[in-house]
Design a protein around this ligand. Structure first.
Ligand SMILES: [Cu+2]
Length: 786
């Protein structure tokens, strides 16, 4: 690895400092950009802007006031201001400067008082600073979680319950602090109501026979003790004891009974496979994308006619702005707006278990530092971020997004059977990937661009199930609320909901066609294929469909905001349309359609807090009319939220959507999985993938990938294999043996040396050297490998 990607900048157009990406990985922020680029309105906050923001907030309070910063992030300019800026920037004009602002959430240490503020970084002033109202709580953070874990381990009430387990000497207790959720219940004493911000913690232990192994999977040893703690005062409010049977009966903590471990770390496995040969990704001529800083922390990526800006923030992590294809505007802003994971177990305290990982924690702050050669393969460029810690100091978040290309199989192909000429192209993808670890679980989130002008958003769920204890003697008894994945371990049923926010600016002209409000003129509709009327008992009525085979396409414009569903029986497809951009071939409005995987809507009752809080989890699509600040489907503050502040509430305004009068639509796509855990999901879950695809539909006049060069062996350097190289008795040998058996004669010859022993037609001729004897060595392909 050589960090040689900080290329010379002198020859580039003014204001652009290109960061050409060679065929090597690089990481970390580049050299400081020219001062003009400090002010781009979409640049994520720099370290100095984070410090400036926290300093201003601190000076607004009497000296000695201790402040706990939760979020310091870019407050993006209003669209009415930013859209003209972006249009001017693209046209090569000098856009009007826009003040840079920071959005700040903080609490006063030792109190539950949470404030949100807007700092004007350009003018160095505080524009607003207000205390939040009831049921608006700040997100949790690492500092708080560490303090909670530490406090609980020494708390006498917790210790007393742990003592009842009579655990083996030296056992290590592990604590998973969880967000409390909401139920609106006041406890019997009247002292506690869930308007107080608290945390519900789940206790585990490490394998007592391997207590020194810090990476031992404690989720195989859940304990029935669950303290509730105030994360501000670190006071233990109460210690809940978990039901461990089939019903809601709670029994006093009993002595722990031994059970086996279940480890995921490689050194704990009896053996590891040795027959998986290396698979390396080599790009001998370098990558096909370029990266330029558009601000100190923002990156502009160009690849295969695509160009877009990449931002990174505490809440959403990766955000894309100003997405164009072949200089045609497609999307103003794209991000994962929210996530909800409600659990099914109705028993106390599991009835509150519902995570909103973006709002409760933050996709940015939980992002992994991606490791070269592990999380992505090939030639990789890493984007780093900077966020804040509790004291308001900047925290470097290195390598939070990886950018790389991958082969995605065939892009398109046709063989003319008359001439036997096959024309085939490969599909290439550009992947921007970020990975979150939220306590036990991982989410691998990617934007995936391809050479056919598709843009996909992919979520892969992996990591470890959040487990709870179940009585050992129930191991073979079906459980109503989960799957027993290991002796004494129940993994509860739960749903995962992701909400992708799509703010379009679709147009086939070189700039968005702006409405009177300066927003892009776009419309939303859905198409369905429906059978033509047919009445078998009345043939004379079937003039237009005499054989009952006909069907046609209907288009339904969405003229009112609301929640909408998929309809597999009618093949319903939602589309974003540019009513002013007519396809010259068929006059249809240019569009992008949405391929959305089916999703079981939230199962919690509409009157439940799970349902009220997960404002997006009941419909595959929400369409709202654009309003400033409406970015997060579950509302701005999800921690112990009560609902009423997210996308369902906004859609319920029943705004009219008329592209002609400038009603800008925002589309929220919900997808996810019903997670009925399997034993195969434990002790760590193989990735489960869901993908939403945004695909052009009558946007181009023909296949936009016609100009992708043919797939050619001289470039691809594939290697044909012979059967003898593949070990054991080759295919040809087997065929010969069968033939001899059938014909009763010897077919002679050796299968390994004949023409017919190749699987892949025109191999490279280097098969034997490559796969024989030396096994596992990479082919010295056409261009060698860098
Ligand atoms: Cu799950």
């Amino acid at each position: 690895m050589t960090a040689n990607s900080k290329a010379a900048t002198s020859k580039e157009e003014p204001g652009h400092a290109p960061l050409s990406v060679a065929n090597t990985a690089s990481n970390g922020p580049p050299d400081a950009p020219p001062p003009a680029y400090q002010s781009h309105p979409l640049g994520p906050l720099s370290a100095s802007e984070i410090t400036q923001s926290s300093s201003l907030i601190k000076t607004s309070w009497p000296s000695g006031t201790e402040i706990h910063f939760k979020i310091i992030t870019l407050l993006e300019p209003a669209k009415a201001q930013l859209m003209p800026y972006l249009v001017a920037e693209r046209a090569g004009q000098t856009p009007l400067d826009i003040d840079r602002r920071a959005f700040v959430v903080y609490s006063l240490r030792g109190t539950h008082n949470v404030h949100e503020a807007v700092v004007n970084l350009t003018k160095n002033t505080i524009e607003s600073n207000a205390k939040l109202g009831p049921f608006q709580h700040a997100n949790s953070d690492g500092e708080e979680i560490m303090a909670v874990e530490k406090a609980l381990l020494v708390d006498p009430k917790v210790q007393a319950e742990i003592a009842k387990l009579k655990l083996p000497e030296g056992t290590q207790i592990v604590i998973d602090p969880w967000i409390y959720g909401s139920d609106g219940i006041k406890d019997e004493s009247g002292k506690f109501y869930d308007d107080l911000r608290v945390m519900q913690c789940f206790l585990y232990m490490r394998d007592p026979n391997n207590s020194s192994e810090a990476d031992s999977c404690h989720y195989a040893f859940p304990l029935p003790i669950s303290p509730v703690i105030d994360p501000v005062t670190l006071e233990v409010i109460r210690v809940d004891i978990l039901p461990t049977g089939l019903d809601d009966k709670v029994e006093p903590v009993k002595p722990w009974l031994p059970r086996p471990p279940n480890e995921y770390i490689p050194e704990a496995q009896a053996s590891l496979r040795t027959d998986l040969k290396p698979l390396q990704v080599v790009q001998p001529e370098g990558v096909s994308f370029t990266v330029e800083p558009f601000s100190e922390m923002g990156r502009l990526i160009r690849w295969q006619k695509w160009d877009f800006k990449v931002g990174f923030n505490q809440r959403e992590g990766m955000v894309l702005y100003d997405v164009h294809y072949n200089n045609k505007p497609l999307f103003y802003r794209l991000s994962l707006s929210d996530m909800a994971i409600p659990y099914s177990d109705p028993r106390h305290p599991f009835h509150r278990k519902a995570a909103f990982d973006l709002g409760d924690a933050g996709a940015g702050i939980m992002a992994n530092n991606l490791k070269l050669g592990c999380d992505c393969l090939g030639s990789i460029y890493y984007i780093s971020g900077v966020l804040t810690d509790g004291s308001g100091s900047p925290v470097n978040m290195p390598n939070v997004i990886c950018v790389h290309e991958q082969d995605a199989g065939i892009g398109w192909k046709h063989t003319n059977y008359r001439t036997n000429r096959a024309v085939v192209t490969r599909q290439r993808e550009l992947v921007l990937q970020t990975i979150l670890t939220v306590s036990n679980y991982e989410y691998i989130l990617s934007f995936v661009f391809n050479t056919s002008a598709d843009l996909a958003y992919e979520a892969r769920a992996t990591g470890i199930l959040s487990t709870q204890p179940v009585d050992l003697d129930l191991s073979h008894t079906p459980h109503p609320y989960g799957t027993i994945v290991h002796p004494g371990v129940l993994a509860g049923y739960h749903q995962h909901f992701f909400s992708l926010r799509i703010d379009p600016m679709l147009s086939t002209s070189s700039a968005p066609i702006l409405s009177p409000s300066t927003g892009p003129r776009n419309a939303i509709a859905y198409e369905e294929c429906i059978p033509l009327p047919f009445d078998p008992s009345n043939p004379s009525a079937n003039t237009h469909n005499p054989h009952g085979t006909g069907y046609t396409l209907t288009t339904t414009p969405i003229t009112t905001t609301g929640g909408y569903d998929l309809s597999p029986s009618t093949g319903r497809v939602f589309k974003i349309l540019s009513p002013s951009s007519h396809n010259p071939i068929n006059n249809h409005p240019a569009g992008y359609k949405l391929h959305i995987p089916s999703m079981q809507p939230i199962l919690a009752h509409p009157s439940s807090f799970h349902h009220k809080r997960a404002e997006f989890a009941d419909h595959s699509v929400y369409v709202t009319k654009y309003r400033e600040g409406e970015l997060y489907a579950g509302g701005k503050y999800t921690n112990q939220s009560r609902g009423g502040t997210g996308v369902r509430s906004w859609a319920d305004r029943k705004d009219q959507l008329d592209a002609d009068t400038g009603d800008e639509p925002v589309v929220w796509v919900q997808f996810g999985l019903q997670h009925v855990p399997r034993t195969e999901d434990f002790p760590v879950m193989p990735v489960e993938t869901s993908r939403v695809v945004l695909r052009p539909s009558n946007f181009f006049e023909k296949n936009p990938a016609l100009d992708v060069a043919e797939s050619r062996q001289e470039v691809n350097c594939s290697v044909g294999l012979s059967e003898t190289q593949l070990g054991g008795q080759g295919v040809v040998e087997k065929v010969k043996e069968l033939g001899e058996r059938v014909l009763g004669v010897s077919l002679g010859g050796s299968g390994s040396s004949g023409e017919g022993d190749k699987l892949g037609g025109e191999g490279s001729g280097k098969d034997e050297q490559v796969l024989g004897g030396e096994g596992g060595k990479l082919a010295p392909c056409c261009g060698g490998h860098a």
